[in-house]
Structures are given as structure tokens and as C-alpha cells.
Ligand binder design. Structure first.
Ligand SMILES: N[C@@H](CCC(=O)N[C@@H](CS)C(=O)NCC(=O)O)C(=O)O
Length: 230
């Protein structure tokens, strides 16, 4: 039976959540082609069956899994004969650390650069929810959060230094092939690519070359998704 992935939906069929991208990339790595259901911020009833309010949600037969990290662990534990996502037991807690680092550092420094672009690429029905929620979080108008982004992008780039250092000596985080930590960090870039034309990386940055390699994976799955060139 086909799996179904519920993922965040913006205008023009943009699937933009970094967490949903993590789940989609994990599914692709395992060789699954799940059905995909778009969920707008105001469509909470579509995922009420999961007992919580956030996407991604994966349905695999009778099993319902929410949260991108739980989905990755579920796929690894349930389908051990398919390509390994983490690369062994010891690698899993390290991937969990990277998951947490990405949530608190990479994603938050990025969001301040593109939050008004996100607003402009979601459907009008979600505008009030998104604006009030995010303006409460940032303590200012969405337009103002990103107004100094040409300057503030330096903070985002600096936060990527641990990734940059690693990529100077190998093509992917764990070596010669991508594993779940690569998908965690790529998910954030795909979130940006889907919603904003803002250039995040300089072309001579090793992270830029890594992102280009990642965009080509799975027959260019990410490049084919609606978004801006990067
Ligand atoms: N820790 C969760 C975070 C999930 C999450 O925050 N999802 C966001 C999409 S980026 C969401 O569903 N937001 C809906 C809302 O804010 O109402 C994960 O890794 O999946």
C-alpha cells in the first residue's frame, strides 16, 4: 500500500516546510514514492487524525507518524533492508544532534532573512494566521524582520561554518554519499528556495557546491519542485 505524506502547502502548490522536505528526502533515500497531500496553515482538520497540529505526518498503512525526526527513525527501523539513512547505530544520535543544531541555528537564522517572502508565497487564507503568529514571535512587522537582510545574511553564512569546514574535506557530511544529516540541512535550503529569490550563498562557498550536488539527487527531485533558481 502506498504511503501518504502530509506536507505544508503554500500558493501555487509550493511545498515549503523544511521539516516536510526532510521527510520527503528520507522517503526518497529509502526508495519510496509516497502520495503527497498539501496542508495549508488553516487546514488543521486534514491532519487531526494524527492527534497534533503540525506537518509532516506520514501514514504507512495503519501507522501514523508525525515529526520529521520520528519519521526518519520510523523509516530506518521499519525498512532496515533498504538503503541506510543514518549509517549505523552510532550515527543516529549524531544525526539527532545535527537535527537539533539545524532547528536552533540554521533554520532560525534563515527565517529572519525570508519571512516576508514566505508571507508573499502562501495563500491569502493563511495570511492573518501567519502574520499574527510570526509578528508576535519577532516583535515587529514581517516587512521589517528581513529589511536588513543584505547585512544579516552574514550571520546565516557564519552559522554554516561547521558544515563548510566538513565539506572542505569530503563531498557529503558523513563521507562519499549523502545520509540523513545532509537531508536535514538541505531541507532548510529547499524551504528557502521554494519561497524566496534571495541569494543565501556565495558561489565560491563549498556549501554552494554541496547544495548543487544535493539538488541533483533522486533524478533532480528538488530541482523539479517549484521554486527559485539558487
Ligand atoms: N519538530 C517538528 C516541527 C514541525 C513543524 O514545526 N512544522 C511546521 C511546518 S514548518 C507546521 O506544521 N506549522 C504549522 C503551524 O505553525 O500551524 C518536525 O521536525 O517535524
Amino acid at each position: 500500500m502506498a504511503m501518504t505524506l502530509y506536507e505544508l502547502l503554500g500558493a501555487d502548490d509550493r511545498r515549503f516546510s523544511p521539516f516536510c522536505w526532510r521527510a520527503r528526502l528520507a522517503l526518497a533515500h529509502k526508495g519510496f514514492d509516497a502520495d503527497r497531500v498539501g496542508v495549508r496553515f488553516c487546514d488543521k482538520e486534514l491532519i487531526a487524525f494524527s492527534g497534533q497540529t503540525l506537518v509532516p505526518v506520514l501514514v504507512d498503512g495503519e501507522t501514523v507518524v508525525s515529526d520529521s525526526w520520528n519519521i526518519a527513525c520510523y523509516l530506518e527501523d521499519t525498512y532496515p533492508d533498504r538503503p541506510a539513512l543514518f549509517g549505523g547505530d552510532a550515527a543516529k544520535p549524531l544525526a539527532h544532534f545535527i537535527n537539533t543544531w539545524a532547528d536552533y541555528t540554521q533554520r532560525t537564522t534563515l527565517t529572519t532573512l525570508i519571512v516576508f517572502d514566505i508571507f508573499n508565497h502562501i495563500e491569502k487564507i493563511d495570511w492573518e494566521y501567519f502574520r499574527s503568529h510570526r509578528e508576535q514571535r519577532f516583535g515587529m512587522a514581517l516587512e521589517d524582520v528581513q529589511k536588513n537582510r543584505d547585512r544579516d545574511v552574514a550571520v546565516f553564512r557564519e552559522a554554516l561554518q561547521p558544515l563548510r569546514t566538513v565539506l572542505e574535506s569530503r563531498p557529503y557530511i558523513a563521507g562519499e554519499a549523502p545520509t540523513y544529516p545532509d537531508y536535514i540541512l538541505l531541507g532548510t535550503f529547499l524551504f528557502a528556495r521554494t519561497m524566496s529569490p534571495f541569494k543565501l550563498l556565495k558561489e565560491d562557498d563549498p556549501v554552494y557546491a554541496w547544495r548543487a550536488r544535493m539538488l541533483g539527487l533522486f533524478d533532480g527531485m528538488a530541482t523539479k519542485a517549484i521554486g527559485y533558481p539558487c
